[in-house]
Design a protein around this ligand. Structure first.
Ligand code: FES
Length: 69
């Protein structure tokens, strides 16, 4: 259930916002793996990966719920 007080909007390990990741991915048609190589996101703790997957699929850049898959 969405929790408006919860705000997840970036890869914390590499301080890359999902907004920036989406911009880079779209402008150069990068896959998630290519984005990881380019910006480092998903290569630390990995907890941003499901968010980035959804971000690339839907364009959503701010999340108010925990996504674990
Ligand atoms: S939050 Fe992105 S790798 Fe840890």
């Amino acid at each position: 259930m969405p929790d408006q007080q919860l705000r997840i909007d970036r890869c914390v390990c590499h301080d890359v916002t999902f907004e920036r990741a989406l911009e880079v991915a779209k402008s150069r048609s990068l896959s998630l793996d290519q984005l990881a190589d380019e910006l480092g996101c998903t290569t630390g703790c990995g907890s941003c990966e499901p968010y980035l997957r959804r971000c690339l699929a839907t364009g959503q850049v701010v999340f108010h719920e925990i996504i674990e898959d």
